[in-house]
Ligand binder design. Structure first.
Ligand SMILES: C[S@@+](CC[C@H](N)C(=O)[O-])C[C@H]1O[C@@H](n2cnc3c(N)ncnc32)[C@H](O)[C@@H]1O
Length: 246
């Protein structure tokens, strides 16, 4: 797929087909290991983790492989789930279609950890995300972690190796649509629509749902001293990881 003028939405087959082939190197270095580290020691037989907005299943699969988690991997896009089921089947991962808000098949305090990676930025609906966050709070056991990873709102317009969210020098406010360019593994790109929210807005989603204020990590990569020009991700964090507990 080449660069598109009109960003694709996240719930169609075009997005799922393109996202299937995305270049995951930065997420693999900066998000996935940090998420697994924060959950280390919590997995065990029968322990349930949610991957909320699982997309093509990259996080769900890693959770199942890294520990003994039983994983429910949820997404409102049937196309994303189709790719996840075909590319990343695992006996301890169950992929499930849901409405992006309600977790009504899960009892209060019945879940041992929840992860939500690169999801809030793809949903324009604050009300749905507020409802979803409250549901995640409800189903987590007291003390269980909620890890919310997303695009770093302070990094709009920065050209990272595999992603650029927003136009260079543009200033965005809460709710603005931000065209986000993702590099695919074959070197071409796709443009998806994401929605700007400040870090304070993310904090509010969590605290209004009853979570304590999160810790915020802004991971960068170490610079390679031998390289002539170091990539942007050695200076600026492409992603943020918010950690809180029920
Ligand atoms: C950029 S993909 C991220 C997928 C996956 N978490 C990852 O890191 O590879 C965003 C996903 O969030 C899903 N999504 C959008 N709004 C959602 C909501 N309210 N609840 C759950 N998932 C949602 C989309 O369908 C899409 O699959």
């Amino acid at each position: 797929m080449s660069v598109e003028d009109n960003p694709v939405g996240w719930d169609g087959s075009a997005a799922a087909d393109a996202y299937r082939h995305r270049d995951m190197r930065l997420a693999e270095q900066l998000i996935f290991p940090a998420v697994l580290r924060r959950l280390a020691g919590r997995a065990g037989p029968g322990r349930l983790a949610l991957d909320v907005g699982c997309g093509t299943g990259a996080v769900a699969m890693r959770l199942a492989e890294a520990g003994e988690w039983a994983v429910q991997a949820l997404d409102p896009s049937a196309d994303m789930l189709g790719v996840a089921r075909s590319d990343r089947p695992h006996p301890r991962v169950s992929y499930r279609l849901f409405d992006g808000r309600n977790l009504d098949w899960l009892g209060d305090g019945s879940v041992d950890a929840a992860v939500c990676c690169l999801v809030y930025c793809t949903d324009p609906d604050d009300g749905r995300l507020a409802g979803l966050t409250a549901e995640i709070r409800r189903v987590l056991r007291p003390g269980a972690p909620y890890l919310l990873a997303d695009l770093n709102p302070a990094a709009t317009g920065v050209a990272f190796s595999t992603v650029r969210h927003g136009e260079p020098k543009a200033v965005y406010g809460d709710g603005d649509t931000v065209p986000t360019l993702l590099r695919l593994r074959d070197g071409t790109t796709m443009t998806g629509a994401t929605y700007y929210r400040s870090l304070d807005r993310y904090r509010s989603f969590l605290t209004e749902a009853g979570f304590p204020a999160p810790t915020v990590d802004l991971p960068t990569l170490p610079a390679d001293g031998a390289a002539e020009e170091s990539p942007a991700e050695t200076r600026t964090a492409p992603y943020m990881i918010l950690t809180t507990h029920a």
